[in-house]
Write a protein that binds this ligand. Structure first.
Ligand code: OX2
Length: 838
């Protein structure tokens, strides 16, 4: 290629095939990749070849920005946020990268010129499901915002070979299928086999005094594996910043144990290799439920050790003075899953880099901050001491030392208060002994936060109360947010275009700008367009439902949607009670004039959580009866969408009229689906729980359907002795609904099937469905009645969107940057790439 640019000018100004962005260059680069990377000529290329050729074309453009970012950070020794998380639920990369590069339309055009449909290629991508739900998805939104805000950041996580299982529904039951997401390769990652770090497990320790009189401890492990880095660039929206997501895969240090092999134990030798690789084999599919499995602790420690060793390695490339480690890095612990980092950093600094304990402890505490995501007691991580000690003997010693010094301070603050001491201790001494990970995280961090205002308050009053009383200055709230790039621009192009036509595009980076839509809520022409966009999105979802589960739904019925993990506290079965109530009313009065209603569910249950799986079966059983009953035909439909994931979410949120956020008050820490729905113009029916409280505050009480008991009211109910059976016996409709389930109406006469659900509601009802039932049914009726007034509904929908600015993950990340991380943006110039040519 001849260049018109004088020698010495950055070559990036020319349209070369790896960085150019014109339609013609993109088309040529795509054909080049199809030929030279995929090894295909057009006539025989498969859809997957096309997808990969395009992915590599896009990746080249990412790499240009990524390398520039990495070089800028290195040259400036930039302060860097490290987000440590056992889960990153990224969702498909291709569409998102096209949006953030600003190349979506150009690439669509280039594909069209090649005779291809970009949408078909987008559908080819298997999403990396390296997370369970909200917590992992939050990490992904935060990575997007960090890059968009030009904050130097590294996400550290685990490269699970199998992500969250794929869900199939057979005979109404959930069936789990392994998620082989790497089957056809992953074009978005770059393996770094030269970045390999050793991780030790088991064995014992011994101590000695070295020739300089220092007390030293040596850990002699029983097993050693190595972590290999896999890097994925995370590009910000229309900036040059591309940050690093570094996921670790475990491998045996040597492929064979030659000693075992030579003595004839071939299987033993290979087994060792398999055992090592098992560490990163599969994501534990439990959402908010601790499974105290040894392999899970190994995963956690493996992640933390790799991440911290890597940070120290990067640090030492630029400075030998580790006492300033916390000036270069600030580390956020995404829940307690990576909390073992506190002990691991101490070990690395004290044992391996020979820093005095007090110095190391100062660095450690100034390095870490901890986010709590749940108040559920069964999710609070604690590890039995014998298990912990046998896997991490040195860490147990370090934790004892940390604990002893910490409890000495507590004794000074609260002389004689033994009970408080026992509650604050990192070691749970009651019955069996445990290591309490939340206590370790609190003691080892300089900042502690919850994820919504209500949640942060409850944290201070309940699970972390003693820590709050001891160090109130560490506590703050950081209400969650979601990225408008994936959750509007990518998933809802219709609404994005309509909004941008009226208020420009600034809102994509400054979501508060949506306020400028408020006056348009009164504009009939705008409202008509708004309604048309929503209707089109509903038609699209209806087509998908038809194709996926063979149920035909009416796009002008109200789309009432509940998608999230299946859990009793999220109360999917409360929604079912209302459906059966409606069904009953229609059976009683076949001519009843109700708003045509489509209920749509989606979500996975943890494979070992029987009740949650039974709830899925209940939804499908009710769907079967309702959808085939001619009396209710066309007025009531129930759909369970199988395999709910990020990709499915992108179809669902834009098509919702009503968003179900119906958890028992006090149980949902924040929720983020609630934000995605409202941002896409759905109205919310919800309790005063998690971020619902703040969403309602922002959009206005008059634009939100509130029902149910508050946290305080529920506390009162339990204090007075909660008697759900009395509620059921005093509410004829509720009793009929429960009886209808019990008598086998939805289970082909089987009276046993749903007994565990119904009996629990009658007798115990831990999540207070019955206490909230009537209020929910009434509120549902109010919402569906209002839906008939489309003018009013659309106005409320516009006002909801206009007032959702607060819930951008950009706002959340700005708060973390200012209050916790104290980190500044670093502008990345798209500089000279002439070194490529040298
Ligand atoms: C989830 C919480 O349940 C949810 O309320 C919150 O929005 C999300 O985290 C992100 O903060 N595992 N998943 C969660 O907490 C835990 C533990």
């Amino acid at each position: 290629m001849t260049s018109l640019i004088p020698p010495g000018c950055p070559t990036v100004l020319t349209e070369d095939d790896r960085t150019g962005t014109s339609v013609e260059t993109l088309r040529r680069a795509f054909m080049d990749n199809l030929f030279f990377v995929q090894g295909r000529f057009p006539e025989v290329a498969t859809k997957n070849d096309h997808y990969l050729a395009l992915a590599y074309t896009v990746r080249d453009r990412l790499l240009l920005r990524w390398l520039n970012s990495a070089k800028t950070y290195r040259d400036q020794f930039s302060r860097t946020v490290c987000y440590l998380s056992a889960e990153f639920l990224l969702g498909p990369h291709l569409g998102n990268n096209l949006i953030n590069l600003g190349l979506y339309d150009a690439v669509a055009e280039a594909m069209q010129q090649t005779g291809l449909d970009l949408n078909v290629l987008l559908d080819q991508e298997e999403e990396p499901g390296l997370g369970n739900g909200g917590l992992g998805r939050l990490a992904a939104c935060y990575m997007d915002s960090l890059a968009t805000l030009e904050i130097p950041a590294i996400g550290y996580g685990i490269r699970y070979e199998y992500g969250i299982f794929d869900q199939e529904i057979r005979d109404g039951w959930q069936v789990e299928i392994t998620d082989k997401w790497l089957r056809y390769g992953n074009p978005w990652e770059i393996a770094r086999p030269e970045i390999t770090l050793p991780v030790k497990f088991g064995g014992s320790t011994y101590s000695y005094t070295d020739d300089q009189g220092r007390y030293r401890v040596v850990w002699q492990p029983h097993q050693m594996v190595q972590g290999i880095a896999y890097d994925t660039p995370i590009l910000g929206y229309k900036v040059n910043t591309a940050n690093l997501l570094r996921l670790w895969r475990a491998e045996a240090i040597e492929s064979f144990d030659f000693q075992a092999f030579n003595t004839g134990d071939y299987y033993g030798a290979v087994n060792e290799k398999i055992a090592s690789e098992n560490i990163t084999k599969v994501l534990y599919p439990n959402d908010e439920q601790l499974q105290g499995k040894e392999l899970r602790l190994m995963q956690q420690y493996f992640l933390c050790s790799c991440a911290l060793q890597d940070m120290i390695r990067l640090y030492l490339q630029c400075s030998s003075d580790l006492t300033r480690f916390h000036h270069k890095f600030t580390v956020q612990l995404n829940d307690t899953h990576p909390a073992i980092s506190v002990a691991e950093l101490m070990r690395l600094l004290v044992d391996e880099h020979l820093l005095p304990w007090d110095t190391a402890w100062d660095i450690t505490r100034q390095t870490f901050a901890y986010t709590n995501h749940t108040l559920l007691p069964e999710a609070l991580e604690k590890w039995p001491l014998p298990l912990f000690g046998s896997l991490l003997p040195r860490h147990l010693q370090i934790i004892y030392e940390i604990n002893q010094r910490f409890l000495d301070q507590v004794r000074l603050a609260y002389p004689g208060d033994q009970e408080r001491l026992a509650r604050l201790s990192i070691i749970d001494e009651s019955e069996c002994r445990y290591v309490r990970m939340a206590n370790l995280a609190c003691v080892g961090s300089h900042a502690i936060n919850g994820v919504a205002a209500l949640h942060s308050e409850l944290l201070k009053q309940t699970v972390l109360r003693d820590f709050y009383e001891l160090t109130p200055e560490k506590f703050s709230n950081k209400t969650n947010g979601v990225t408008p790039r994936r959750w509007m621009v990518l998933s809802n192009p219709g609404l994005t275009r309509l909004i941008s036509n009226h208020i420009g595009e600034d809102w994509i980076k400054h979501l508060d700008q949506l306020r400028r839509l408020e006056p348009l809520a009164e504009d009939a022409g705008f409202a008509a367009e708004w309604h048309a966009v929503k209707h089109k999105n509903k038609v699209r979802l209806a087509e998908y439902i038809q194709q996926r589960v063979g149920i035909s739904v009416d796009p002008s019925s109200i789309f009432d949607i509940l998608v999230k993990r299946i859990h009793e506290y999220k109360r999917q079965h409360l929604c079912v009670l209302n459906i059966i109530t409606l069904y009953q009313r229609l059976k009683d009065h076949p001519n009843l004039d109700i708003t045509p209603h489509t209920f749509i569910f989606g979500g996975k249950a943890a494979p070992g959580y029987y009740k949650a799986k039974l709830i899925i079966k209940l939804i499908n059983s009710v769907a079967e009866v309702v959808n085939t009953d001619p009396t209710v035909a066309d007025r009531l439909k129930v759909v369970f969408l199988p395999d709910y994931n990020v990709t499915c979410g992108q179809r669902v949120y834009p098509a919702a009229d009503l968003s179900e956020q119906i958890s028992t008050a006090g149980y949902e820490a924040s929720g983020t689906g609630n934000m995605k729905f409202a941002l896409n113009g759905a109205l919310t029916i919800g309790t005063l729980d998690g971020a619902n409280v703040e969403i309602r505050e922002e959009v206005g009480a008059e634009n939100f359907f509130l029902f149910g008991n508050t946290v305080e009211q529920l506390q009162e109910i339990w204090r007075n002795g909660y008697r759900p059976w009395e509620i059921a016996n005093n509410n004829p409709m509720l009793k009929r609904v429960l009886d209808l389930i019990s008598c086998g109406h939805f289970s082909h006469g089987d009276t046993e099937l749903f007994r565990p659900i119904v009996e629990h509601l009658w007798q115990n009802d831990r999540y207070c469905l019955l206490a909230d039932y009537q209020s929910y049914v009434d509120c549902q009726e109010q919402a569906t009645r209002l839906y008939r007034d489309q003018k009013q509904w659309v106005k409320m929908s516009i006002l909801n969107v206009a007032r959702m600015g607060k819930f951008s993950s950009d706002r959340a990340i700005r708060e973390y940057c200012e209050d916790i991380w104290r980190v500044q943006p670093v502008h990345v110039p798209l500089a000279d790439t002439s070194y490529i040519a040298q």
